[in-house]
Design a protein around this ligand. Structure first.
Ligand code: SDX
Length: 433
């Protein structure tokens, strides 16, 4: 890991005591005040319940500038990677922090291709779920259960086993996700094929049937691969932070990724793509947009404009821009150019961005606003949208896991608190209460 540079000190005076805290500079983005000695020197904690001003770790993987709307992996812009790279090449970049040469890319693709099948006993796990189980519940169950199967890649102190765990998770997620869909619709599971691309294999396992050859559309295959790239990693978001905290205890990688999937499911995070489609269905027609915008502003109304706003981006999420362009291309390919949902979403975006409430709070469309429209056009049910997010984000989670485990300075994460409960008091026997 690159060493942080000293950028002077911060002076803190509290309770008549003055402490000098080191200020550290990274290669890009805000400097940090190193508060690791604060408690020892002042007897006080910092207080930042939802981590709005807290850097939880060092990382070289992904850089975001929310003010400008920049997202880079290993220094490469998301726009460049979405246009010129492939999802497996981005996976290699996140695992190794460098783009592969031709030979390494081919080796990596072969490795992933040859790990796409899952243990047949894992297949039996699906039948324990109800057919109408939310597929994210199935994903948590099946991925967590991988801990019980792949014992030769759970020793986190063995670099080779760590790499195999990364390869297995990246390779098997499309199979696990596609089978969650097949199970929900009562169709037979389709096995992966070694002569197809990562995205093509996933589309065939999801929409193909044994009764006929699956007709793969190259344009949809490319759009699927691009959607995976756009969801691959995103710095220290809620689900990635969960994976890092779970991993800091030494838990095996499969259990940690299952924890990440669980966190991503929430509608404030990865579950927003499903919530956007449900919101658009609820709005129904352009004439209802003003009423829903008023509801979104009403503090007493739980309604939020799903797919809008972001903790970091106070500008347009660069991924939303690429997805909006992709939506046009996919709908064109599917002959659904004038999809009323896309029309409604674009009108909603236009009116919201002109509205003072959204403008002054810098609420812009995020990655989830357009992704659902494309996924619905391709044929995925809304319950599968967050599953696709988890499929793509697995490489980000596991790359962040690998980076943390390989950092010699890492220790178990253990936040403290501001205690507001009862101070000491005598126990009162029940017959005296
Ligand atoms: C993802 O962190 C990541 O990187 C996540 C992600 C990734 O790739 O991993 O980018 C993926 O999770 C994208 C976000 C998807 N979620 C949604 O689209 C759900 C809708 N968005 C909001 O719930 C909200 O914007 C969050 C959760 C995304 C961000 O919440 P914050 O940072 O805590 O912002 P906030 O709630 O403090 O909002 C600030 C103000 C508040 O108003 P005031 O109290 O200042 O008057 O903006 C308002 C909020 O009420 N606001 C919204 C709003 N989002 C924020 N008002 C209406 N609709 C919204 N969507």
């Amino acid at each position: 890991m690159t060493e942080a540079k000293s950028a002077g000190t911060a002076t803190l005076t509290v309770d008549g005591k003055t402490v000098e805290l080191p200020v550290l500079a990274g290669t890009d983005g805000p400097n940090v005040i190193d508060v690791r000695r604060l408690y020892a020197e002042t007897g006080m904690f910092t207080y930042d319940p939802s981590y709005t001003s807290t850097a939880s770790c060092d990382s070289e993987l992904t850089y975001i500038d929310g003010e400008v709307g920049i997202l880079r992996h290993g220094g490469y812009s998301i726009e460049d990677l979405a246009e010129k790279s492939s999802f497996l090449e981005v996976c290699y970049l996140l695992l190794h922090k460098e783009l592969p040469n031709k030979a390494d890319l081919e080796d990596f693709q072969d490795t992933i291709t040859n790990h796409t099948m899952i243990h047949e006993q894992l297949r039996n796990l699906y039948s324990g779920f109800r057919r109408d189980a939310h597929p994210m519940a199935v994903m948590i169950g099946v991925v967590g259960a991988m801990s019980a199967f792949y014992h030769d890649s759970t020793d986190i102190n063995d670099p080779q086993q760590r790499l195999i765990a990364c390869h297995r998770l990246i390779a098997k997620m499309p199979t696990i996700a596609a089978w969650a869909y097949k199970y929900s619709v009562g169709q037979p599971f389709m096995y992966p094929r070694n002569d197809m691309s990562y995205a093509g294999n996933f589309l065939r396992m999801t929409f193909g049937v044994p009764a006929e050859e699956y007709e793969l559309s190259p344009a949809i295959e490319k759009a699927m691969d691009r959607i995976f790239i756009l969801h691959a990693d995103h710095e220290q978001n809620a689900s990635t932070s969960t994976v890092r905290l779970a991993s800091s205890s030494g838990a095996n990688p499969f259990a940690c990724i299952a924890a990440g999937i669980a966190t991503l499911w929430g509608p404030a995070h990865g579950g927003a793509n499903q919530a956007v489609l449900e919101m658009l269905d609820q709005i129904g027609d352009k004439k209802n947009i003003p009423e829903f915008l008023e509801r979104a502003k009403d503090k007493d109304d739980p309604f939020r404009l799903m797919g809008f706003g972001h903790r970091v981006y106070k500008n347009y999420d660069p991924r939303a821009g690429v997805l909006k362009q992709s939506a046009d291309e996919v709908l064109e390919e599917l002959g659904a150019r004038n999809d009323p949902l896309l029309e409604l979403a674009m009108e909603l975006e236009k009116i919201a961005l002109e509205d003072e409430y959204f403008a002054e709070r810098k609420l812009f469309p995020n990655v989830d606003f357009y992704s659902g429209i494309i996924l619905k056009a391709i044929g995925f049910p809304t319950e599968m949208f967050t599953v696709l997010f988890a499929l793509a984000r697995t490489v980000g989670w596991i790359a962040q896991w690998k980076e943390m485990i390989e950092d010699p300075a890492q220790r178990i994460g253990r936040p403290r608190q501001l205690f507001l409960g009862q101070t000491e008091r005598e126990y009162v026997p029940v017959d005296k209460r």
